[in-house]
Design a protein around this ligand. Structure first.
Ligand SMILES: [Ca+2]
Length: 127
């Protein structure tokens, strides 16, 4: 019995599959602070089928191909929905789900608000 327990413990402790996931999820949260408290900060971003951790999303596949470097995949469109992974993450839509798209009117509104903020800051600098 002890041998079986020890063998199981060794398998769990040294399985890269089991321990890679929380590590990459934590890295995702650190790379995309704005996404940390959203639906994106979940295992589903890389493993879309609940309970099937071996299945990887298109985003996860791109992440793996890029040597687990988020900076190399921000400009990619993993799910081929015409929005880059960065645009999707900022808009809090899944970069691996082509049916989950950014709300364009909301993005335009957000850009206009940012432009007004920038204009306000520029005006303050001129004073
Ligand atoms: Ca999408």
């Amino acid at each position: 019995m002890r041998v079986l327990f020890a063998a199981g413990l060794i398998i769990v402790l040294f399985s890269p599959t089991l321990f890679a996931l929380p590590k990459y999820l934590e890295a995702f949260k650190k790379n995309y602070l704005e996404a940390a408290g959203t639906k994106l900060a979940d295992c589903a971003i890389c493993h879309p089928v609940k309970g099937k951790m071996k299945e990887q999303s298109l985003f996860a596949q791109d992440f793996k191909k890029a040597g687990h470097d988020f900076a190399k995949i921000v400009g990619l469109d993993s799910d081929k929905d015409r929005f880059t992974n960065f645009e999707e993450i900022v808009a809090v839509t899944f970069p691996q789900d082509k049916t989950d798209l950014p709300d364009i009117p909301a993005m335009v509104k957000q850009i206009k608000e940012l432009e007004r903020e920038v204009d306000g800051l520029k005006a303050k600098l001129k004073k």
